[in-house]
Write a protein that binds this ligand. Sequence first.
Ligand code: PEP
Length: 260
Amino acid sequence: MNRKYRNTIIAANLKMNMLPSDIKPYAEALKPAAASHGKRCGIVVCPSFLLVPQAIKSFRDSRISVGAQNINQYESGAYTGEVSAPQLADLGVRYVIIGHSERRTLFGETDEAVNAKVHAALAANLRPIVCVGETLTQREMGVTGDVITLQVKSALAGVPAAKMRRIVIAYEPVWAIGTGLAATDEDAATVCREIRTLVRGLYGARIARAVSILYGGSMNEHNARGLLSQPDIDGGLIGSASLSPEALSAIIEIASHDYL
Ligand code: PEP
């Protein structure tokens, strides 16, 4: 990471886990780490929609922001079962994960939908955490660079330079998500560097230098140091390990160290 030019962010993707009643004790367990390190490290917790109001309440007096895991691309209307960006923003949500691989593969989310959701998030003043990543087959075929380029370009299509400081990009190789098999430090660093180069080509050096690029995929308290020491990795999107406030606190502490 490079704190001189960009923010460090540790974001927790709780997925469809926990009950509303679990959020308060989870928040209490996480607050000490946020109090000690929240100045140096942005902390975002993304629970499922139903838990969001309780999360807003429980994290109100802390440095922890609340994020959502998805939005609908429309502002309002006849979209039964969906949740819009303005609804979340009105509650106090600050971030939203967009284009997570589970949404792309399990729910058929296309690059076009991801792009529409990025615009919807920005319009509602939510910060999108845009997920991109290749499957194992794509990696083995040697097309990781092409896949990432297409996903990043599609997600950012039509996003003006002035809005780019609100965007966070998360490189999440699909084969590393929930498998316990994180990318090596070098592989993660290579793709994150390529993403920054791509942003440089699209928006210029100043914006590329300032965009926070996270790594996600089986990051935990044991492998975080190596991953977060890479110059182009500015934080992590954490799934499984974030269910333990102790593990997440340890990652936050690592991400806040001076030596990174
Ligand atoms: C994720 O789903 O965004 C993720 C990174 O999960 P995990 O940490 O469990 O691989």
